[in-house]
Design a protein around this ligand. Structure first.
Ligand SMILES: *Cc1c(COP(=O)(O)O)cnc(C)c1O
Length: 450
């Protein structure tokens, strides 16, 4: 392992990392994965509580998907997607149209989440330009949003950590306050809430709707912001508002799609259809990069015409419609249906929530446990009464992450928020291990903290 690590650090610049941290905590070389477990080159095992950045919905090295890859590879790995197509991509598109909300009838392929967000933004802007809504040039997004790292995606995102330095390069996005349920200004508990906070976005849209081409949102859960869960009522109101003012609603389901919230797509909680929907992460069960933008007949038709009319959407990515990734995604969706993954994961999600709540009960540093579907998050706070956060520079989450790693748990907190988003296939015994070790790590950290 040592030689590999040395070479890694010599040649590789890792994502989302301060590389200096690797002096103290070098990268762990994973040799093998199976189900919820990863194994490093020394044979040490790690329980993957976060599905390797929210992708691995069915666990690592899934037998059926492995077989699907083997049978696809002997046919075709990849083929140009302009004027050519391939069977897995066609079947996947048909399947996606059948399982996503009804307004979505067309599938535009790409290869990562940020690209999907760029595509959705460009399509919406382009649509309105062609329709003659020349002033509809701006996007609206809410506070704490995360939509990816490319410049367009960063522009609609709102996490300073990722975007602050690039502000001079970014689009002039209109920003509204969004739901902030743990620190709700209206002092509502979740049962009483009727999304009173919606008035912010409503007022902005009333005043500026002729400048706005679309509103982009992560439905139900703001993932990167710390798994901030909000009411479906907010989404319902948002759909109505967008309809009223001729604004597209872009649902960024990149993280929450494919069952994470207990429904196949998070929009289903509110019973709404967006105009554009971005999918990636769980689409290929963590096997290969792929993303899609699903869109409506109305948007598609706006781009349909004779070549000389110059109304085509000429955006492209080389690996669009990749046959291998499509075959994997297709098998993933088959497994979801045949193995009843969604139904089974509901029970598991409930168990994770229950056990977490039990353990968290008397901990003075746990401000909130919040949960939806397969996601349970623990927000650590300095003061439970005032809900004061730890300073991000204290790196509380990161310290607990390191302790947990020693115990064979891959946690990767978001700032001061620890969370579980394990593969849907996790077993009960591993759920217990996950929660026990996580709370041992929390206790150890705070024992020294006081
Ligand atoms: C991960 C994520 C993205 C970006 O996807 P990449 O593949 O990392 O570019 C966009 N939006 C949301 C909600 C995400 O969770």
């Amino acid at each position: 392992m040592k030689d590999l690590v040395k070479k890694d650090l010599k040649y590789i610049w890792h994502p989302c990392s301060q590389m200096k941290d690797y002096e103290e905590l070098p990268p762990i070389v994973i040799e093998k994965g199976e189900g919820c477990y990863l194994y490093d080159t020394n044979g040490k095992e790690y329980l993957d509580c976060i599905s390797s950045w929210w992708t691995s919905t069915l666990g690592h090295s899934n037998k059926r998907i492995n077989e699907a890859i083997k049978s696809q590879i002997d046919n075709i790995e990849h083929v140009i997607f302009a004027n050519f197509t391939n069977k897995p991509a066609i079947e996947l598109a048909e399947k996606l149209v059948s399982i996503t909300p009804e307004r979505l009838t067309k599938v535009y392929f790409s290869d990562n989440g940020s690209s999907a967000v760029e595509i959705a933004l460009k399509m919406s802007f382009h649509y309105h330009q062609q329709r003659g809504h020349k002033n509809k040039k701006r996007f609206l997004a809410i506070l704490d949003a995360y939509h990816g790292e490319t410049l367009g995606a960063l522009s609609v995102g709102d996490l300073d950590l990722y975007s602050k330095i690039y502000k001079p390069l970014l689009l002039d996005t209109i920003r509204s306050e969004g739901p902030d349920c743990y620190r709700c200004k209206y002092n509502k508990n979740r049962e009483e809430c009727s999304a009173e906070c919606f008035e912010h976005i409503e007022n902005i849209v009333k005043n500026k709707h002729d400048e706005i081409c679309s509103i982009i949102i992560e439905p139900m859960v703001q993932g990167a912001a710390g798994m901030k869960i909000y009411s479906p009522i907010y989404l319902k109101k948002l759909r109505e508002l967008c309809d009223k003012y001729n604004i597209h609603l872009i649902a960024d389901e990149i993280a929450m799609g494919f069952g994470r919230t207990g429904k196949m797509f998070a929009c289903e909680h509110a019973g709404i259809s967006p105009d554009l929907m971005c999918l990636s992460k769980g689409l290929t069960a963590g096997y290969m990069p792929m993303s899609v933008v699903m869109t409506s007949e109305d948007i598609y038709n706006e781009f349909y015409g004779d070549y000389s009319e110059l109304r085509a959407f000429l955006h492209s990515h080389t690996y669009a419609g990749n046959a291998m990734a499509s075959a994997i995604a297709l098998e993933n969706l088959k497994i979801f249906e045949e193995d009843n993954i969604l139904e089974k994961s509901k029970e598991k999600g409930k168990l994770i929530k229950k056990l977490t709540l039990e353990k968290a009960k008397d901990n003075p540093f746990i401000g909130e446990v919040r949960s939806i579907g397969m996601i349970t998050a623990i927000e650590l706070v300095k003061n439970k009464e005032t809900k004061e956060s730890f300073n991000w520079k204290d790196r509380v989450g990161y310290s607990i992450y390191k302790i947990a790693l020693e115990k064979g748990l891959l946690l990767r907190p978001l700032g001061n928020v620890l969370y579980f988003i394990p593969p849907h296939t996790i077993e009960e015994k591993d759920i217990k291990i996950m929660i026990n070790k996580c709370f041992e790590s929390i206790s150890e950290f705070f024992y020294n903290y006081r």
